[in-house]
Design a binder for this molecule. Sequence first.
Ligand SMILES: Cc1ncc(COP(=O)(O)O)c(C=O)c1O
Length: 321
Amino acid sequence: MLLPVKSPSFIMSLGEGATPLILTRRLNTHFGLHVLRIKDESRNPTLSFKDRGLCAAISKHLELGAEAFALPSAGNAAVSTSAYCAVAGVPAHIFMPEDTPQQFFNDCKMYGAVTHSTPGTISDSGRVMRQENGNWVDLSTTKEPYRVEGKKTLAFEIAEQLEWNVPDVIICPTGGGTALIGIWKGLEELEAIGLIGKERPRLYAAQSEGCAPVVAAFESNASTIKAWDNGQTQAYGLRVPSPFAGRLILAALRRSGGGAIAITESEIVPTRHFVAKMEGIDICPEAAVAIAGLRNLIESGMVDHDEDIVVLNTGAGVKYS
Ligand SMILES: Cc1ncc(COP(=O)(O)O)c(C=O)c1O
């Protein structure tokens, strides 16, 4: 049993996961790469990779007796929570920064969630949520264990889609770090049950220079992440000034032999449009950060042209338009 829910009756599935690992046909040639794949997480039920973690977490907490949920979110996790709470028929209380694109508020309300618009970043939304002190399970990123458990399925699927091999490199747009931590844990479990060997992909966290606390900590060889002041980026999911699981994020990056890369904010929109024109995929701004990060990694020689690369498209561009 690699996932936490024991009784199938508690699994609130909407058909999350099993997303395609798309072999690029033109972008790879443009970058001079042999193999570049995009794991297209926009195909999940609420159009982002958040569904993996929130399906697992909400299902498991229901099994443990939860009756209501709350979380601070940059947008995608909020929509996902709202949808899975709708399936379960339990209340969802959502706290989002007031400058989050309206579409995210609309989607949460459509699923029946109670939304709160708060000044500042996701950290401030979390503070407001905790002050309310409601009778709910707090689903804040990495403050409970089961969202990361759900994110392990990213590693399971990528390895399975490569016939139980791992790529050389995985690039994750990183905010709170659930994908990075989950992928690393998932690979360890695959090795423990003998489906892969000791080989690991190098994991890279991609962030915008507008809010890059993981990159700053990695580059200064720190073991914890210092809060980033006045974080601003249009890749809203990456505006996490103080990731709670800093130590785990840095450990996964270092143990994998990978690293962290920041790109300039002005690269985000052109990169998103470029990928759409080259591959027919409307990636989210966060994934544009990862693709621009890949370009920087190639130019700086940290990624070789003959390596097998996977980039996560963590969500759908359409929500931000
Ligand atoms: C589309 C998208 N990509 C990436 C991230 C960052 O994910 P994580 O917090 O797991 O690092 C988020 C988080 O909100 C997101 O919405």
